[in-house]
Design a protein around this ligand. Structure first.
Ligand code: HDE
Length: 701
């Protein structure tokens, strides 16, 4: 054992000399050079003391010759790198993508086309506006970036949880981001769109309207990464084995269904647990409740005008309703492993929309075109030079032989004298370009012509019809949430002309929406010209009358000494069998019961808040509990339309807290029967008691 610990780390020269990119060893422990038993300097010198600097006497000044002090402090001084200019706040997980084989008819990319093919992935979720230390649950667009380590090279699908974007042309990106980020004078507000400059920009720049509708809807505050849809946003071009092309949009469909927080919950969580989404994902993966999504494609013919049913497929502010082009499922993504090191993996991962393999191509969407430049460029600053592809998390799993040389942080010892082509010196060892049959990336030839202009196609001028379509597709509760979100955000805007202009935009989306928001602001509602011929798309609504899976959801059971532990045990068993988590809450910490019936108290009334739970139950035997913190816990859960239950005398605690036990979504029972646990599981699967939501929503916000 000791001998193994003392084995010196291999020197770079000891790595396989033929390997210019030691991918197979990418994450092997020796790569980190952190395998010795003793504390050392970066050079491997064993240290005798790391607690005291070298001084001229115990009370004297520190000596410049203290190599350890200088190395330790210097390295620490340089630990931070610039955060991402957007999407700085993120969390990630490793996993695998398994292709169903159904995409074989439209693409030759094996990782999508070959049935059963498994590809390792790394997925990073993010908010867009906030800094690296901001809260997870703010109202914002979420990033959904997937790196597929395919055998043909890395593919990055850098998407969002909303299918449209604020701008049609990438040249506007600095404008929307400058407007959304905190004001440059005071650097407030952090991670919020509820401020003057954001609404100033989006009310002047009406092509943002459709995205703003999504951001103000429940999509802007997801319950968890597990319950979030993902979208590639742009239209991509897929190429099949014969060279035939189609235009597609990518969708990630969460197996757990789409589900969101309510606004008050999101605000509370931002304070009580700013890591709400990050913690949820990491805890769930640790517990084996993996996150799952299906990848789907909408396939449209590759027509000359690149439109489908009148929708311009190059306009990233437009969706193709699923009713017009159904989403065909082509594979399953499972996130099953947490990163070992946040910085090395989640922070240093570098996505790039141009990372593609044969079978997938970009289109002329002017937003996508600008991204093809930006993602490579930004890493040069963020990761300190051009060699970031050599970082373990970014390394291709396909063999690399790139003739790229030197530069900051070069970590490969390249061999040979001819890193150029053509050459006559490398012999058999030198790389050669691959033909198409050998897997070389060859773009499908397409005619490009036109006048050199700074202009958009006329079809890009329609800024409102799909915003109207989105609103028209919502259920009444979802509409109410949108009204309240606009009223909240515009209520935070100081400048009256900006509010007036924003209402003017809403008037062109939906008269009723505009009137309700105007009423909330105490302002007159302007009259606009909303489209009156939109066909709602039911697929856009999140609310389903059919209960979904409950994996990853959290149920809190309030208990106290003398509580029915057998009943708690039955509920725990039933919920855990479905991948959900049960946490016992009690007035003070410790355990309840003994032996096999012991329940660990994971939360006390002091350390918990309602936002942690999808449902709250009061155990039989805990009915005498009366505590103002319990009242707050239950009333919040009630306002947020969560399932609330009680058995035995537990109902008494609900009544003490002022809960109307006859309201929808309150489940009472004499004891814990299998019928009762089934009802509870169904209630959690419905996400919320939507009938109650309508009653309480105007106060829940
Ligand atoms: Fe990004 N975006 N973006 N973006 N974006 C970045 O790249 C940019 C856009 C998205 O988890 C940056 O590596 C421009 C659309 C995600 O690491 C930067 C334009 C969509 C992430 C950048 C867009 C996105 C980024 C910052 C307009 C949805 C997080 C750090 C042309 C489809 C990636 C980085 C991660 C990150 C630029 C538009 C999503 C600066 C110029 C549209 C999910 O390169």
């Amino acid at each position: 054992m000791a001998a193994k610990k003392n084995t010196p780390a291999p020197s770079p020269a000891a790595l396989d000399p033929a390997e210019t990119s030691p991918v197979s060893k990418a994450l092997a422990p020796e790569q980190g050079l952190q395998n010795g038993a003793f504390l050392t300097t970066a050079e491997g010198l064993r240290l005798s003391d790391t607690d005291h600097s070298l001084k001229a006497g115990p009370r004297g000044p520190s000596l410049l010759e203290d190599f350890h002090l200088r190395e330790k402090i210097t390295h620490f001084d340089h630990e931070r790198i610039p955060e991402r200019v957007v999407h700085a706040r993120g969390a990630a997980a490793h996993g695998v993508f398994r292709a169903y084989g159904s995409a074989g008819s439209v693409t030759k990319a094996p990782f999508l086309a070959e049935q059963g093919r498994e590809t390792p992935v790394f997925v990073r979720f993010s908010t867009a506006l906030g800094s690296r230390g901001s809260a997870d649950t703010v109202r914002d667009t979420r990033g959904f970036s997937v790196k597929f380590y395919t055998a043909e090279g890395n593919v990055d699908l850098v998407g969002n949880n909303m299918p449209v974007f604020f701008i049609q042309d990438g040249i506007k990106f600095p404008d929307i981001i400058h407007a959304g980020k905190p004001h440059p004078d005071r650097e407030i507000p952090q991670a919020q769109s509820a401020h003057d400059s954001f609404w100033d920009f989006v009310s002047l720049h009406t092509e943002a309207t459709h995205h703003v509708m999504w951001a103000m809807s429940d999509r802007g505050i997801p319950r968890s990464y597990r319950t979030m849809e993902g979208f590639g946003v742009h239209t991509f071009r897929l190429v099949d084995a014969e060279g035939a092309t189609s235009l597609v949009k990518f969708h990630w469909k969460p197996v757990a269904g789409v589900h969101s927080l309510v606004w008050e919950e999101a605000q509370l969580a931002a304070g009580t647990d700013p890591d709400f989404h990050r913690r949820d994902m990491a805890d769930a993966i640790d517990a084996g409740a993996f996150l799952e999504y299906e990848l789907g494609i909408q396939v449209m013919p590759d027509s000359d005008d690149e439109t489908f049913e009148g929708i311009d497929l190059l306009d990233p502010t437009k969706i193709v309703p699923e009713e017009l082009a159904p989403v065909q499922l082509i594979g399953r993504l499972t996130l099953n492993r947490n990163p070992d090191n946040y910085f090395a993996e989640t922070e240093q991962v570098a996505f790039h929309t141009g990372h593609l393999v044969p079978g997938i191509e970009v289109t002329n969407d002017p937003l996508m075109q600008a991204r093809l430049f930006s993602y490579l460029d930004t890493q040069l600053t963020r990761l300190g030079g051009p060699n970031f592809a050599q970082l373990p998390i970014n390394r291709s799993h396909a063999p690399v032989n790139d003739n790229l040389r030197d530069g900051m942080h070069q970590s490969v010892i390249h061999r040979g004298v001819a890193p150029y082509l053509p050459n006559s010196l490398a012999g058999d060892e030198g790389p050669e370009p691959a033909t198409e049959p050998q897997g070389g990336y060859v773009q499908v030839p397409r005619l490009v012509h036109g006048e050199k202009v700074r202009a958009n196609p006329v079809s890009f001028d329609d800024h409102f019809s799909q915003a109207t379509l989105f609103y028209a597709s919502m259920s009444p509760v979802e509409k109410l949430h949108i009204v309240e979100a606009f009223t909240f955000e515009l209520g935070k805007v100081y400048e009256q002309p900006i509010r007036e202009r924003a209402l003017g935009v809403l008037a062109n989306v939906d008269a009723d929406l505009c009137e309700q928001v105007a009423a909330g602001l105490g302002m007159p509602a302007p009259v606009g010209k909303p489209a009156d011929d939109v066909q709602p798309s039911p697929a856009l609504s999140q609310i389903s009358p059919v209960p979904g899976p409950i994996a990853g959801r959290v149920i809190g059971i309030v208990a106290a000494p003398g509580a029915d532990l057998a009943g708690i045990g039955k509920i725990r068993k039933a919920f855990e069998a479905k991948g959900a988590f049960v946490r016992v809450i009690a007035p003070v910490g410790g355990t309840l019961g003994k032996g096999a019936r012991t329940e660990i108290i994971e939360r006390t009334l002091l350390t918990t808040r309602s936002v942690e739970y999808d449902a709250i139950l009061i155990a039989g035997g805990a009915g005498a509990l009366a505590d103002i913190k319990l009242t707050v816990l239950l009333q919040e859960a009630f306002r947020h339309a969560k399932a609330i239950g009680a058995w035995g005398d537990g109902e008494q605690a609900l009544l003490t807290a002022g809960i109307d036990t006859t309201a929808p979504g309150i489940l009472l029972s004499d004891g814990v029967s299998s019928a009762y646990t089934k009802d509870l599981i169904k209630a959690v699967g419905l996400h919320r008691a939507w009938d109650r939501a309508a009653l309480v929503m105007s106060s829940a916000g």
